[in-house]
Every structure is written in C-alpha cells, then in structure tokens.
Write a protein that binds this ligand. Structure first.
Ligand code: ADP
Ligand code: MG
Length: 259
C-alpha cells in the first residue's frame, strides 16, 4: 500500500538573527490510507512546524525546508506556490487550534464553505448552497440550513470548530491535518469533536495527521504515533505499543501525565 503522505528526512530551519537555526530535524513518517497518525510532544517540540512544512505554509525567505514531502508519491517541496495552493484546496486540508484565525469574520459561514465548493469542485451557486448545508449537517450542526447566513462570531467555540471541519471536508481532501483542533475546547466538547473526526474518517475513508500535546487524545484517536521532543523524532510506532512499552524517558514522562 502506498502512503498518502510520506515525510522523509524533514529538516526545517528558520533565519534567526541572521543565522539558520534548525527547529525540526530529520523527521520521517508515513500516513497510510484511512489511518490516523498522531504527532505528540510538549509545546515547542516542532509539531506545528512539521505540519506547516508539509502544507507549504511557512514564510518563504525566513524558512528552509529540506527533505521530501510526498503526497501520493509527488514531492510537494518541488511544486510552485501556485501548484501548492491547488494541493491545499483539493488534496489536503488543515484545521487549527483556533478556528477564528482561519474563518473570515466578515463573510457568512455559508458563503465561505460555498466558495470552496464553487472554486474546487466546480459547483453552481445553487449546488454549492445545498452541498454546504449537507456538509454542515454532516458535522452535526443543528438547524444547519437556518445557520447558513450567520457569521463566525455567532457560533460557539465548539460549533466554530465544526464549521472549520466542514470547510476542510468540503473539498473532499484525502488528507486532513489537524493541529491541536480540540486544545482550546472544554473537555466535553473535545470528546464530541474527536468522535466526529473518527466518524467522518470512517464515512469518508480519509487519512488524518493529528497533532496534539495530549496523550489522552492520542489514545483516543491514533492508530500510530510519532513522539517528538525538542525538534527530534524520538519514538514511532503503533499507539498501543507506545502506551505499553514506550522506551524513551520523555515518552514515559508523557505517559505518566495521563490520568
Ligand atoms: P509545537 O507546535 O510543538 O508547540 P512549534 O512547531 O510551534 O512547536 O515550534 C517549534 C520551535 O520552532 C519553537 O522553538 C518555536 O519557537 C520555533 N519557531 C516556530 N516558528 C518559528 C519562526 N517563524 N521563526 C523562528 N522560530 C520559530
Ligand atoms: Mg503547535
């Protein structure tokens, strides 16, 4: 089976005070079709830099990304900015911790999701409206049709995260990269969002790269897990193995933090 995403020897550096400083070193992992791979590690360990490197979202000029990022066998690091925009729209999508940073506050959520559908799936406005409502229903937003014309600030934090997931799903990506999507939410809502991602994954057959600092969340959602520590990949394997016999002292400490 070919991996959906294959990250090979990823090293990412930033220009800091005129010198290149590597913050992620020699990371390699595969995300297989239909699987959820977690990247776990404490704050500052390089999880977001890894995902932003894969998405091509780091500021050019101030960052250097080396290695290979193969999406269905094609190296994203060789693509132009324009080609990368197409890949982000169609083949992979990303959701972040705080949905307000990716939702545009001045447009209704119906309009924002519809735009994805007209732009990337060639739908007419009427088709896009109907599909937007279906997608909002899919992420279990109550009274979806009546909320089409509402603005992001009219949704609660948990509902906004559902809207973001709907927007990410609208383009039918093969890969969803979720960077701490539940961290800002309270525990009950967090559980609901994790359940939703799991259900959608079964329904859509999507692969998920799930980033979190929380081992409890990892246990809940991940088939396999990469543990990062200060920019290095220190452990990789099936989540059950990592929980049963994580070898590195840092992994053991992370595990000890799970209630
Ligand atoms: P995590 O997501 O695991 O909390 P990050 O990937 O955000 O960690 O950050 C990893 C390291 O890279 C941190 O030390 C952070 O300060 C550094 N870093 C992130 N973005 C930049 C940047 N644009 N310029 C310089 N250093 C950065
Ligand atoms: Mg982060």
């Amino acid at each position: 089976m070919t991996p959906v995403l294959s990250v090979r020897n990823l090293t990412t550096s930033f220009l800091v005070d005129g010198a290149w400083k590597d913050v992620v070193r020699n990371i390699s992992f595969d995300v297989m079709p239909g699987e959820t791979l977690a990247i776990v590690g404490e704050s500052g360990s390089g999880k977001s830099v890894t995902s932003l490197s894969a998405m091509g979202l780091l500021p050019k000029g101030q960052s250097r990304v080396e290695g290979e990022i193969l999406l269905n066998g094609r190296d994203l690091l060789q693509l132009s900015e324009r080609e990368m925009r197409g890949v982000r729209g169609n083949e992979m999508a990303m959701i972040f911790q705080e949905p307000m940073t990716s939702l545009n506050p001045i447009f209704t959520i119906g309009r924002q999701i519809s735009e994805v559908l007209t732009r990337h799936r060639g739908m007419t406005a009427a088709e896009a409206r109907a599909e937007t409502i279906r997608t909002l229903e899919k992420v279990r937003i109550p009274n979806a049709a009546s909320r089409f014309d509402e603005y992001p600030h009219q949704f609660s934090g948990g509902m906004r995260q559902r809207v973001m997931i709907a927007m990410a799903l609208a383009a039918r990506p093969k890969l969803l990269i979720a960077d701490e999507p539940t961290t800002a939410l309270d525990v009950t809502i967090q559980g609901q969002i994790l359940d939703l991602i799991k259900q959608l994954q079964e329904e859509e057959g999507m692969s998920v790269l799930f980033i979190t600092h929380d081992m409890g969340v990892v246990a809940e959602i991940a088939d396999r897990t990469v543990v990062m520590f200060r920019g290095d990949q220190i452990e990789t394997g099936p989540t059950t193995d990592i929980f049963r016999n994580g070898q590195e002292p840092y992994t053991r400490a992370l595990l000890a933090s799970v209630p």
